[in-house]
Design a protein around this ligand. Structure first.
Ligand code: AMP
Length: 184
């Protein structure tokens, strides 16, 4: 099973992806986590993307798509995966679908977490993960980028017929319940 967990920054994608990982035995793939790990380890990729992540803008499509395609080829992703934070542009969605198609596969479901903007800001600013992009200014940039570049991805998955949205406000368990009933 291949799932896209979709939603704005602060919607709870990472938390829910981990729960899906446990319950369904498929791997979480968070592009943000991968980039942060490269930055921490000061790899070539990390050096290339650090200032982009710090600014709240998006890493170029070609870099992200190549990273995801390379990652899912690893055996641990064979049973399926949950994409968390990818795709973030329609181009990424199209290019990844083209890759999947070439391997005879497809995205089974895209689940969008719906959370009002004021709640997103509140959640991000209170989560205290120490992320350089969790400041009020960077959060504003990230939400703006989400609306302009990422929100259209919903239309893409609606067109391909795999999109459904759920209410992303509630307890972690309530939201997870809504997700699992969609996946059932
Ligand atoms: P996240 O942890 O998902 O909030 O991602 C943190 C940052 O990593 C984003 O603000 C972007 O700079 C970068 N990033 C993560 N995923 C992508 C993606 N699919 N496309 C472009 N940039 C990304």
């Amino acid at each position: 099973m291949k799932i896209v967990l979709f939603g704005p920054p602060g919607a709870g994608k990472g938390t829910q992806a981990k729960l899906i990982e446990e319950k369904f035995g498929i791997k979480q793939l968070s592009t943000g986590d991968i980039f942060r790990s490269h930055i921490k380890n000061q790899t070539e990729l990390g050096k290339k993307v650090k200032s982009i992540l710090d600014s709240g803008n998006l890493v170029p499509d070609s870099v992200v798509v190549e990273l995801v395609v390379d990652t899912v080829k690893n055996p641990e992703f064979e049973k399926g995966y949950i994409l968390d934070g990818f795709p973030r542009t329609v181009v990424q969605a199209e290019e990844f679908d083209a890759f999947l198609q070439s391997t005879g596969s497809k995205i089974d479901a895209c689940i969008g977490l719906e959370v009002p903007k004021d709640e997103l800001i509140k959640r991000i600013l209170s989560r205290g993960e120490g992320r350089a992009d969790d400041t009020p200014e960077k959060v504003a940039v990230r939400l703006d980028v989400y609306e302009k570049e990422t929100a259209p991805v919903m239309g893409y998955y609606k067109k391909t017929g795999v999109f459904s949205s759920i209410d992303g406000v509630g307890t972690i368990d309530e939201i997870f319940g809504r997700i699992t009933s969609k996946l059932a």
